[in-house]
Design a protein around this ligand. Structure first.
Ligand code: MG
Length: 162
């Protein structure tokens, strides 16, 4: 049976941090603030996969009060969500994401993000969609105060596991 899940995340942009999105370090003057590496794209995707399973969100499994996850690569969280799909005898059909960032230009990094995500999930690059848009200079994203990400995941689960 096909299940879908949705995820959303946002992190503030600050000076003195690396900008990591989709597991890729992107050269920029600002980076995302957070307890882990603050990869909003992977956080949204992790939530989408957990949501497809009817599980609680990323904060439940990886609380930002836990020192173990300080500075952690968010691929750890994504791999755990993929492992939960597998543990139920499920299979990821496809995932799709939208990044909303005013700057920097994301397009040159999309292919590498897809490859990193596909590798973490154990799927092919063709099962992974990553897109990027600006916020047309509107609101907090337009003022470059933060970056947001949305994700959706489709998972095929055995009926017994539903
Ligand atoms: Mg987050």
């Amino acid at each position: 049976m096909i299940h879908v899940g949705i995820g959303y995340d946002v992190h503030p942009l600050i000076a003195g941090r690396k900008l990591i999105l989709g597991g890729v370090e992107i050269p920029h003057t600002l980076g995302l603030a957070g307890h882990s590496d603050a990869d909003a794209l992977l956080h949204a995707l992790t939530d989408a996969l957990l949501g497809a399973l009817g599980e609680p969100d990323i904060g439940h499994y990886f609380p930002n009060t836990d020192p173990r996850w300080k500075g952690a690569a968010s691929s750890v969280f994504l791999r755990e969500a993929a492992a939960q799909v597998q543990a139920r005898g499920g299979r990821i059909v496809n995932v799709d994401m939208s990044l909303i960032a005013e700057r920097p230009k994301i397009a040159p990094h999309l292919q590498q993000m897809k490859e990193r995500i596909a590798q973490a999930l154990g799927v092919t690059v063709r099962q992974v969609g990553v897109k990027a848009t600006t916020n047309e200079r509107l609101g907090f994203i337009g003022r470059e105060e933060g970056i947001a990400a949305m994700a959706i995941a489709s998972v095929d689960l055995p009926e017994t596991a539903t």
